[in-house]
Design a protein around this ligand. Structure first.
Ligand code: GTP
Ligand code: MG
Length: 396
């Protein structure tokens, strides 16, 4: 039941490199477009500060691992094929790409900030990464608009009988986007539109499509290839451009992350994924040392390689997910030990949602929860916060 994070972007921006760095997989990478054709799914991790030390406990994670008080909780990462302009009309790998992307709960848009690949992923110089950011949003919006138009057609044809209801027809047509009629109605009314789509202009329709896309495809931008000076210049410029204020950017170097993980595997460095420093522990050549020292400067300046940070910003900040530890209020550990699990739940999850997440029987038998930090009882509809430790009390 782990969450799925999708890596998207035009060809040759470094999606597969990012994927390999995060998952330590070995899918092909290449300086030519469409190196990746079929999506690969791998296991990556998001970091959560472990709650066990706060209870003077040690933890024995059932999945993932804990390193120096940092829990690495598994998530699924999907490396999809590159997207080029016109994908919604089937260009490049077209609709297949869009279908793959739809399975993700949240997206990391990998952008080549060096500007050394053009919009189709071919080598160039001086390309403005803003064009990539715009085009991906536009492409998604046009895809949503196509589906929205089909929903409007359904409405016009009276698909759902005499009682015409636009939000219901749209919700049915757009169900693959994991939206529903309440959300669609909210969007329509929020844009100041009425519920009769015959009165909407083309711009209104585009606005509705865009707003639904924004809500259903939370996204963070991984500004990749930041190990190149030209990428750093572009980053400074774009992150201070007011037109891009609404987006969150994480500076990243998939190359740096991969180099560190490889070096750690070979016992050359002591490196914990996501950290802003590492220790050289093996015998290395001068050349290797110089390379590692360059990476050290990078991670010190950008607070890590950005690979972990991009995944976590996507899941926790953009999607609003929270991590919950099942706990026991009296501190007693059972035979299986405490703090075995750390679950990632959606935004606004309640005690009851958590109980059902554990098991439907637990959900059905729920009496109340106990917030283990405060030792207070919490009701079924109490909204949980990130890193809460909760005991569920049931009738059975
Ligand atoms: N300098 C630098 N180059 C990178 C980085 N990440 C990827 N690259 C290079 O960018 C090129 C494309 O990388 P891929 O990972 O194959 O890109 P992709 O987005 O998966 O490409 P497609 O599968 O064709 O869509 C390769 O030559 C990589 O070595 C990085 O962090 N820094
Ligand atoms: Mg690829």
């Amino acid at each position: 039941m782990s969450h799925k994070i999708g890596l998207v972007g035009k060809p040759s921006v470094g999606k597969s490199s990012f994927f390999n760095a995060a998952t330590m997989n070995d899918v092909p990478e290449g300086a030519y477009p469409f190196t990746t054709i079929d999506p690969s799914v791998g296991e990556a991790y998001v970091r959560v500060e472990c709650a066990a030390p706060e209870f003077d406990e040690s933890c024995t994670p059932s999945v993932g691992f804990c390193n120096g008080g940092v829990r690495f909780v598994p998530v699924k990462l999907v490396d999809v094929a590159g997207l080029i302009p016109g994908a919604h009309e089937g260009k490049g790998l077209g609709n297949q790409f869009l279908t793959d992307l739809n399975e993700a709960d949240v997206l990391v848009h990998v952008v080549d900030f060096s500007g050394e690949t053009d919009i189709e992923g071919e080598p160039t110089e001086g390309h403005d990464p803003r064009d990539d950011i715009d085009f991906l949003e536009d492409e998604l919006d046009m895809w949503y608009l196509d589906v929205l138009e089909k929903g409007l057609e359904r409405y016009r044809s009276g698909y759902n009988g005499e009682e015409k209801n636009v939000e219901e027809d749209l919700a049915e047509q757009m169900s693959a986007f994991k939206t529903n009629k309440d959300e669609i109605k909210q969007v329509i009314l929020g844009l100041g539109l009425g519920l009769d789509p015959e009165e909407w202009s083309d711009d209104d329709k585009a606005d509705v499509a865009r707003e639904i896309r924004k809500r259903t495809k939370p996204m963070v931008i991984a500004a990749n290839k930041m190990d190149k000076p030209v990428a750093q210049e572009n980053f400074a410029e774009i992150t201070s451009d007011p037109d891009y204020d609404h987006l969150s950017f994480v500076p990243a170097s998939a190359h740096a992350e991969k180099a560190l993980k490889k070096a750690a595997e070979g016992d050359v460095v002591d490196y914990r994924a996501g950290d802003d420093d590492f220790e050289i522990v093996g015998d290395i050549s001068e050349e290797q040392e110089a390379g590692l020292e360059q990476i050290r400067e990078f991670v010190a300046e950008f607070d890590g390689t950005g690979v972990q940070a991009a995944l976590e910003t996507a899941l926790f900040d953009e999607m609003g997910a929270i991590a919950i530890f099942p706990g026991s209020a009296n501190g007693r550990s059972d035979t299986q030990g405490v703090f075995r699990d750390c679950f990632i739940l959606p935004d606004e999850s309640t005690t009851e949602d958590f109980a059902y997440h554990l098991h439907s029987d637990i959900g059905e038998g729920l009496l109340h929860g106990i917030d283990c930090h405060s030792q207070r009882q919490v009701g079924a509809d109490h909204v949980l916060s990130h890193r809460d430790v909760v005991e569920i009390v049931t009738t059975n």
